[in-house]
Design a protein around this ligand. Structure first.
Ligand SMILES: [Fe+2]
Length: 298
């Protein structure tokens, strides 16, 4: 699946931005006909549909919409002609062919990287010409596989002023959707490159990034996953977020094993038992797409 596993790609996993080539774009399932069928089969209520403004600093213009009642063909046409970002999360759990694909990707990573790949979430992203994802971070590890079209990705250092531990904790606790305050001048400090069909990239956990589509329909796969190390970091951040919120502490992230890390993990486990978090979307529905592909207020 990965065409060039270099030593650099293997040694940089989880600690650096890694870029490799893949062959997924050669599979026919990602042509328009295949996509329309996928959109028909994927449970519509699980589908995340978003639109967004132009201004990079106006991250509140990222809003969720409703795409119920459209056929797969109609929905795909609306993406071609509009300004939409469709996220078919957990496609591996909903569609057998994505289940197989996810298992293939995870197996290859496990073998090459000598780690366990846990909490696997393979998402299919189908997005409009010129659509963008604002500055944000993801809680798990993530890899982006470009299949159709061209996009540009920017990565920013995982530290202040770009992002604070407190903000990362909010994302882990799901009191924030992931988007974060942004200043256009930060682009001067970013690592950026174009992604063409066959390009794959993966980056350190929680590293902030943003994405701009080129002037064509884009199809990408987003594989989110955990390793034992990433899971530990997320649990520590979770415990820290609770301590900061309830006790006003300013806790640090422990990476190395020791009594502090052990205490955080125990605290996390106890807290999670008491608070079974909801996975409902944080953003309300603000628009609806009609069968003709028009965007109207919800
Ligand atoms: Fe992301």
């Amino acid at each position: 699946m990965i065409a060039d596993w270099t030593d650099e790609a293997v040694s940089g996993f989880e600690t650096r931005i890694v870029r490799t080539r893949h062959r997924l774009h050669e599979r026919p399932m990602f042509a328009d006909e295949g996509l329309a069928r996928i959109l028909e089969l994927y449970p519509r209520e699980a589908l995340g549909a978003f639109t967004m403004g132009e201004d990079l600093e106006d991250w509140g213009s990222w809003v969720r919409g409703n795409v119920q009642g459209l056929s797969g063909d109609q929905l795909l046409r609306a993406v071609h002609e509009g300004r939409l970002w469709l996220n078919l999360r957990h496609a591996n759990a909903h569609l057998p062919e994505f289940g197989d694909l996810c298992a293939e990707i995870a197996e290859e990573k496990q073998q090459r990287l000598a780690t366990r790949i846990l909490n696997r979430d393979l998402g299919l992203l189908i997005s409009s010409p010129g659509a963008r994802v604002f500055f944000h971070l993801d809680v798990p590890l993530s890899s982006l596989w470009q299949v159709r079209g061209e996009k540009r990705i920017w990565f920013y250092p995982r530290r202040e002023p770009y992002v604070s531990d407190a903000w990362i904790e909010r994302c882990v606790l799901r009191t924030a959707e992931g988007q974060a305050p942004f200043r256009a001048e930060w682009d001067a400090d970013a690592t950026t490159f174009a992604m063409l069909p066959g390009d794959m990239t993966t980056w350190p956990q929680n590293m902030p990034h943003r994405v701009d589509n080129g002037p064509m329909l884009n199809v990408s796969l987003s594989m989110e996953f955990m390793t034992p190390r990433a899971l530990r970091r997320a649990r520590v951040l979770h415990a820290n977020g609770v301590l900061r919120r309830s006790l006003g502490w300013t806790p640090k992230v422990q990476e190395a094993p020791g009594p502090r890390l052990a205490a955080k993990l125990a605290f996390h486990a106890a807290h999670r038992l008491l608070n079974k978090g909801s996975r409902a979307p944080i953003l309300p529905e603000r628009f609806r797409i009609t069968a003709e592909g028009k965007r109207v207020a919800a």
